[in-house]
Design a protein around this ligand. Structure first.
Ligand code: PMP
Length: 409
């Protein structure tokens, strides 16, 4: 039994109390796209605008100092949350996508050269593909993809074969947003380091759902988004090793990222400010700090245990739905992302009928078109879970799918 009391947690999320389509209970199964926000996060941002709003790092007045302290405090909390002692190693970005683009644009452009090999996997989100495609085009890099096996796990033999080719960079997702596969990041990072590669991890689906400790994992870069972990949109994180961050040129130019500007040129500020040009998303940063407090108050072990229990329950509830096929690994070895096809029924139709019952799922390629290509399916329906979901939500999903089948039979 999970330690999370369903109704107590759900009660902390105002949006979940609001009916949809007039009188339908909202069954929110789309947290892999974005998570709902607990009242504590919403209130932290309101409180900032009501009491503290000012620009940071520059002003010498009471509000500016309070705003700076609150923003930097959020950075410190977020660093501690992922096991990082030195908060300067966390750059605030807009989201995972911007974090990965930042690495490609600065580190990649400076340190990768014609003919260098970049290793990705077949299960990557577009945000961990396209920035490297763009860079590869510019710098004439080679890209190879670790194969995904039929069971939705990475082909580790193939991974090791690719490492033999001495890639300069390896970048992969910690957890797949389609398959729910949790990749053995620590081992993979160690193996890549032994092969001499710099390692980037896309942690967008990991940090929200289980305890992530970067001191233990030792990646070179790690990216994630606030909005998938109960925080606001518009704020994300890029963690980097200090020597790499110091060696990287700046990303965007402007205020805050400089030490000195003259008519002759400029000198860059220290890490992390070197990468944070212009006025940042201050309220969002503070909201991110509140999301970290919130998740810590529940406990990441409890969050993960709860999702594991619900995933198992979902597999049981869906087991005898006619024509339903879940892609990815079995319930005991995956996160709470369940993508499936229903024989003869398009995922968009499935999602639309579920929506009419108040059930929010996602249909399509989930920003992972190559992965769907790999499985020879154009699209899937995805139900994704978080700490506020309940078994009743999954019972509702089952009932909704029965209705879908009834309509299309
Ligand atoms: N990577 C993965 C695995 C994701 O699930 C997502 C969001 N769907 C992203 C990257 C991109 O996140 P964002 O849109 O917040 O930049």
């Amino acid at each position: 039994n999970s330690v999370i009391s369903n109704n107590e947690i759900a009660g902390q999320f105002p949006i979940l109390k609001q009916p949809v389509h007039q009188d339908k209970r909202l069954v929110y199964l789309d947290s892999a796209a974005t998570a709902q926000k607990p009242l504590a996060v919403i209130q932290s941002m309101n409180a900032f605008y009501e009491h503290t709003n000012a620009n940071i790092h520059r002003g010498i007045h009471a509000l500016a100092e309070a705003a700076t302290e609150a923003y930097e405090n959020a950075r410190t909390k977020t660093a501690r949350f992922i096991g990082v002692a030195d908060a300067r190693q966390l750059i605030f970005t807009r989201n995972t996508t911007e974090s990965i683009n930042l690495i490609a644009y600065t580190w990649g452009r400076k340190f990768l050269n014609k003919g260098d090999l970049v290793v990705l996997t077949e299960m990557e989100h577009h945000s961990n593909l396209v920035p490297w495609y763009m860079l590869a085009e510019e710098k004439e890099l080679r890209i190879e993809f670790v194969r995904v096996r039929d069971d939705g796990t990475l082909d580790m033999r193939h991974y090791h074969d690719l490492l033999e080719k001495k890639p300069r960079l390896v970048s992969f997702t910690h957890m797949s947003n389609v398959l729910g596969t949790i990749n053995p990041a620590k081992e993979m990072i160690q193996d890549a380091h032994r092969a001499g590669a710099v390692v980037v991890i896309d942690g967008a689906q990991a940090v929200p759902h289980f305890g992530v400790n970067l001191t233990d994992l030792e990646p070179d870069f790690y990216a994630f988004s606030g909005h998938k972990m109960c925080g606001p949109t518009g704020i994300g994180v890029l963690y980097g090793k200090m020597d790499l961050l110091n060696a990287m040129p700046p990303f965007m130019g402007g205020g805050d990222m400089i030490k000195k500007v003259t008519f002759e040129g400029f000198s860059t500020n220290d890490v992390p400010y070197k990468f944070e040009a212009g006025t940042p998303a201050i309220a969002e940063g503070i909201g991110m700090g509140a999301a970290v407090d919130y998740l810590e108050s529940v406990g990441m072990d409890a969050v993960f245990a709860h999702e594991q229990e619900l995933t198992q329950y979902a597999f049981n509830v869906l087991a005898d739905v006619k024509g339903l096929r879940i892609i990815g690994p079995g319930a005991d070895v995956r996160g709470g992302v369940i993508s499936f096809t229903l024989e003869g029924i398009h995922p968009h139709d499935v999602a639309q009928i579920l929506d009419s019952e108040g059930i929010a799922v996602r249909a399509g390629h989930h920003c992972a078109m190559p992965l769907h290509q790999r499985f020879n399916i154009p699209a899937t329906t995805r139900a994704s879970l978080y700490l506020y979901n309940t078994k009743a939500d999954l019972d509702a999903l089952r009932k909704g799918l029965d209705k879908v089948i009834e309509i299309f039979a």
